[in-house]
Design a protein around this ligand. Structure first.
Ligand SMILES: Cc1ncc(COP(=O)(O)O)c(C=O)c1O
Length: 422
């Protein structure tokens, strides 16, 4: 069916949406707001709102320190096990801890120490820059014996797969990639890259921040070694909620956590001075978890498990294809450039549109047109599709307002300077 740029057509698609009822499970105070930033900060699940009250008033206020033995101590593994079901891992292979960046450091150092004698680390220039900074820090921590090779994308959109494969020689210790890349939304083939890396004796560490809850991930099906990711985007865990890490079962005893702390110690309340790691995934913990934000990850994961990742992916693809079709009809003639892959199979759940006036258009959307996308330099307007709550009507409205921002020259009212957080 040809995509039509009209509101009724979008509403028809929403009526046919089998996941439509999930939108009501989120707090949505302003139905006219087009929220397309679920790829940065997911919306608040109603169940999290209720749980927050119980956590503070009941578990903290009334039960006080007894709550540690009434569920808090096991939360990192218990929620990790649920997340494992979403990401194709087994129970005991994922744990919630720290931030994505800290988990990257822990797993990268552990892997590099394990891969003694191999000195090259491969990544690409589409990776989240902070991941590159962390890898640079890991190299310094280990005495500067490793070289980080940042392989350039051929076009700034697609991953440099051929160049990566060609660089996989016997001196590569570790490959570190964002499974879905943060700007263009390019989606790597996890199984293919992992198989090629393994053939060369390298380990692979995947950043799943833009994949968890947005695209199907089958860590064990792909033979994955290591992964990290955040919980505040498509998992709807809340601002600054702790991150997760995955270590394949048969690697767990061979890798040591470089930030060894009492939460990863075999018997933390024995207070022995010697560190003896707890076997299994728990020794990748370090210190006391932030219980309030950790606990609030669970309702979002439950919603995704209930909806099912295959159904979510089908809706996400239908919505991003719809958006691409509207871009072609309405936005391309107005100077918007598609900066995401055209092939839906190689695209995650967000779409980047470039425009010479991208920053000012973004300001017009936020301040005047009641659309919240986000902006990634130099000119990317990122439109995140969170299939649990994004509607086709949202996408229609976003395109309509992007059109108006240009046709009515609304962007011209805004300055070109950018603040610190975009
Ligand atoms: C792909 C990716 N990796 C890493 C990070 C850093 O995560 P954190 O700030 O939680 O350490 C982000 C943050 O947005 C991200 O998008």
């Amino acid at each position: 069916m040809t995509v039509r740029f009209d509101r009724d057509y979008a509403r028809t698609l929403d009526r046919q949406d089998l996941l439509a009822a999930f939108r009501d499970r989120f707090v949505i105070d302003d139905p006219a707001l087009v929220y397309l930033d679920g790829n940065s900060l997911g919306r608040l699940p109603r169940a999290s709102q209720a749980l927050a009250g119980d956590l503070v008033t009941g578990q903290w206020g009334e039960r006080l320190i007894r709550s540690w033995n009434e569920g808090w101590f096991d939360l990192p593994e218990r929620i990790g096990d649920k997340l494992a079901r979403l990401l194709g891992a087994d129970a005991g292979e994922i744990i919630i801890a720290d931030s994505t960046s800290v988990n990257l450091f822990k797993l990268a150092v552990a892997a590099l120490r394990h891969q003694a004698g191999r000195t090259r680390i491969l990544t690409d220039d589409l990776n989240f820059p902070s991941d590159v900074y962390v890898l640079q820090g890991a190299i310094e921590t280990l005495g500067g014996r490793h070289a980080l090779e940042i392989i350039p994308s051929p076009d700034g959109i697609h991953g440099p797969v051929d160049a990566l494969l060609a660089s996989l020689r016997e001196d590569v210790a570790l490959v570190v990639l964002s499974h879905t890349v943060f700007k263009s939304g390019y989606l790597y083939d996890m199984a293919a890259i992992t198989a090629a890396a393994h053939a060369a004796g390298a380990l692979v560490l995947w950043d799943l921040s833009h994949s968890a809850g947005s695209v199907p991930v089958d860590l064990n099906g792909a033979g994955a070694d290591l992964a990290i990711g955040c919980t505040y985007k498509y998992l709807n865990g809340g601002p600054g909620a702790p991150a997760f890490l995955f270590v394949r079962r048969n690697l767990q005893e061979r890798l040591a956590n470089p930030i060894s702390g009492w939460m990863g110690q075999h018997a933390p309340f024995d207070f022995a001075l010697a560190y003896a790691p707890e076997p299994g995934i728990r020794h990748f913990l370090t210190g006391t978890p932030p219980v309030l934000s950790l606990a609030l990850i669970e309702p979002g994961v439950d919603l995704l498990l209930e909806a099912g990742m295959d159904a979510l992916r089908a809706k996400s693809v239908a919505q991003s294809e719809y958006l691409v079709a509207l871009w072609e009809q309405v936005l391309r003639p107005r100077g918007y450039v598609l900066k995401s892959p055209r092939d839906a199979a190689r695209r995650g759940s967000h779409l980047s549109l470039g425009h010479a006036e991208g920053w000012r258009i973004n300001q017009a959307l936020i301040r005047e047109l009641n659309v919240l996308p986000d902006f990634r330099a130099p000119d990317n307007i990122r439109l995140g599709i969170a299939p649990l709550y994004t509607t086709f009507a949202d996408l229609h409205e976003a395109v309509e307002r992007l059109r108006r921002a240009v046709d009515d020259q609304i962007y011209a009212r805004y300055a070109s300077q950018r603040p610190v957080v975009t």
